[in-house]
Design a protein. Structure first.
Length: 87
């Protein structure tokens, strides 16, 4: 986490080898509700595909943003930025 007024930035990355790499052109779509890349990538069909859409909604409710990027070789890095203060 980094506090750099007027914003707070939190960044989380999953770099564990969890299947095939995420195609960069499919990352933005992961923020849609009920969107997943499928069990053939991770070996599991668990989950409903709500996590990133919830993250983006909560960030937006606080005047912030959420973005993601595919990590070469596998994994995903998610960045959330929100204002450092709210009136």
């Amino acid at each position: 986490m980094r506090v750099s007024p007027p914003r707070v930035t939190a960044r989380a990355a999953d770099r564990l080898p969890c299947g095939r790499p995420i195609p960069p052109d499919q990352v933005a779509g992961l923020f849609g509700p009920f969107r997943r890349l499928g069990g053939n990538r991770t070996g599991s069909d668990r989950g409903a595909g709500r996590g990133l859409s919830i993250v983006r909604s909560v960030a937006a409710a606080h005047g912030g943003t959420a973005s993601a990027r595919a990590i070469p070789g596998g994994g995903l890095e998610v960045t959330v930025e929100v204002p450092a203060w709210r009136a």
